[in-house]
Unconditional design. Structure first.
Length: 257
């Protein structure tokens, strides 16, 4: 259920929300878990950012960026320098927003594995939520490799897949993966809707389809199936909303000077 300080959760007009935002709202309203918010603004910020996460995942799927293990990763050298360990360090003469947007605009120049893809999706979603100016001040410089991320992204981890909502990051585990292809020991995914996920390298598929794809990457003779883990990860929405509000108030004061 939803508890909003000083407000009635029934004040939220579902018809003013996107389909993703409505699904998240209804999921929280119908949950046995109590979700507490200090204000309506805090709730709306989370709904908006979750919607942007889902949208960014779909955009990355359409970007033509390839799946690649670290030793074969590649990037657009106009914006990024590839490091010896297969990561991407943002070049000093570019803006973080431009560097992130280029991955979606020129995806054919990029190749990376699924954890890096998740972080890219989250950065893009935050950028599209708070705007270029604020994003560039908060996330500068950027370094992309595996789960490396700026502290202001601040991941929160829980272990209850029954409470997972669109915009959450989840994990399909493949315990009997073929040791010759360790990159398929699992798949990091973004939950798009009730039973639809985006996983870089597999695409947008149902849970059963992702399990089937991972099962093809098992040791010969294995009988232990891949499965959806209980792990659920999402950005600290409250933290991001707080710093975004603080930055907006500061900019407003400067404009009035």
């Amino acid at each position: 259920m939803l508890l909003i300080s000083g407000s009635d959760a029934g004040q939220v007009n579902p018809f003013a929300l996107t389909p993703v935002e409505r699904e998240v709202l209804q999921g929280k309203q119908n949950s046995p878990v109590v979700y507490r918010y200090d204000s309506m603004d805090e709730l709306y910020f989370e709904l908006r950012l979750r919607d942007r996460i889902v949208n960014a995942a779909r955009m990355l799927q359409d970007s033509r960026a390839d799946f690649a293990v670290f030793r074969h990763s590649r990037c657009n050298e106009q914006y990024w320098t590839r490091t010896d360990n297969g990561g991407f360090q943002m070049n000093p003469d570019v803006r973080p927003s431009d560097a992130i947007n280029d991955i979606f605009q020129n995806g054919e120049e990029y190749g990376f594995e699924c954890a890096t893809a998740i972080v890219i999706v989250l950065y893009k979603a935050v950028l599209d939520t708070i705007g270029e100016q604020m994003f560039n001040s908060l996330f500068n410089p950027l370094y992309l490799r595996d789960w490396n991320h700026d502290s202001d992204l601040w991941f929160i981890t829980t272990h209850n897949k029954n409470e997972a909502l669109p915009g959450d990051v989840m994990y399909f585990r493949n315990p009997d993966f073929d040791k010759d292809t360790p990159e398929w020991q699992g798949e990091n995914v973004v939950k798009l809707s009730e039973n639809l996920f985006f996983g870089h390298g597999i695409g947008i598929e149902s849970g059963d389809e992702i399990v089937t794809a991972l099962n093809k990457m098992r040791e010969t003779g294995s009988m232990e199936s891949a499965y959806l883990d209980d792990l659920v990860v999402h950005p600290n929405f409250k933290h991001l909303q707080t710093i975004a509000s603080r930055q907006s108030r500061f900019a407003l004061r400067l404009g009035n000077l």
